[in-house]
Design a protein. Structure first.
Length: 301
């Protein structure tokens, strides 16, 4: 099956390289001409637009989108609907809301097209480690894409799988990211507490390395903690500002829809909001209340 890849940010670029290394031929498109030329240097066929990309592909075609969720993805799908032919496949490998993916599947079906949603995890390490992929859609269509998934995954039979109907791939990835929020917050708090125990002069990098092997809290996230701490345990060049992709919020929405308590994931998201407040009014009011009822000291600016 001929594969087109739309979106050559760092993750898309690494996915393209992994596909080429696995023997797949790709046609690529990105709004950045330099990114397209870089991919052409690897051996991909470059294109200047979605229409140009489709014209250079043999049937059946599969177009993999690795672009921001929301309007960019919706726009690309709408444009592809006008230029693809029945039997072609649109794959959304970004972080779209699963409800949007269900709607997209219904929309493209009216044109005789197929839709597959792939929750993709692995980030910039995917070129070396492979990508974890949670795939939703029609099972027969997913099976036709098996060679692509087997190439992108850590191993042909590991790290990827068909998880359910349209929307299921992005749904499972949404929950994956919600869990990730909680795990990251727990690591961050634990290392912060150890750092505060200054009289013990703990080597946080050493501790992260100890925990990476044999401990019950070992994980790939802990591997990344160790990398972050290796050269600068104080993280002096990093501002304490943490973004969120939206999937943590969607996970919490889903928990509320089903009346499922999810305090860890919810609070981990709230802590990301706290990180963005250089001058928290709420914190000031908390300090003022403590001073009023208990005479506790207030730090003045």
């Amino acid at each position: 099956m001929q594969l087109g890849l739309v979106g050559l940010g760092k993750m898309g670029d690494f996915m393209n390289q992994r596909l080429l290394n696995g023997g797949h031929k790709t046609v690529v498109y990105d709004r950045g001409a330099d990114a397209v030329q870089t991919a052409a240097g690897y051996g991909s066929t470059p294109s200047t637009s979605l229409a140009d990309m489709v014209s250079k592909m043999s049937k059946p075609r599969a177009i993999w989108l690795m672009i921001p969720a929301g309007a960019p993805t919706e726009s690309a799908i709408d444009e592809l609907m006008g230029i693809l032919e029945p039997g072609d496949i649109i794959i959304d490998g970004g972080n779209s809301n699963y409800k949007d993916s269900i709607r997209s599947a219904e929309k493209v079906k009216e044109k005789g097209l197929n839709f597959v949603d792939v929750g993709t995890s692995g980030g910039v390490w995917g070129l070396k480690e492979g990508y974890s992929m949670m795939v939703g859609g029609d099972k027969a269509v997913v099976e036709s894409l098996r060679p692509i998934f087997e190439t992108l995954a850590p191993a042909p039979d590991q790290g990827w799988g068909y998880v359910g109907p349209h929307g299921a791939g992005h749904y499972v990835k949404m929950i994956h990211n919600g869990i990730e929020y909680g795990m990251m917050q727990a690591y961050a708090e634990g290392f912060d507490i150890m750092r505060a125990k200054s009289e013990m002069n703990l080597d946080l990098y050493q501790i992260s390395e100890i925990w990476r092997y044999g401990s019950v809290v070992r994980s790939w996230l802990l591997d990344l903690v160790a990398l972050a701490l290796k050269d600068d345990q104080n993280l002096t060049t990093i501002k304490p500002w943490v973004a969120d992709s939206g999937e943590g919020r969607w996970t919490i929405d889903e928990a509320m829809d089903h009346s499922i308590p999810a305090p860890v994931i919810t609070l981990s998201l709230m802590m990301r909001y706290v990180s963005r407040q250089d001058d928290s009014y709420a914190a000031k009011l908390l300090a003022a209340m403590r001073n009023q009822f208990g005479g506790h000291a207030i730090k003045r600016e």
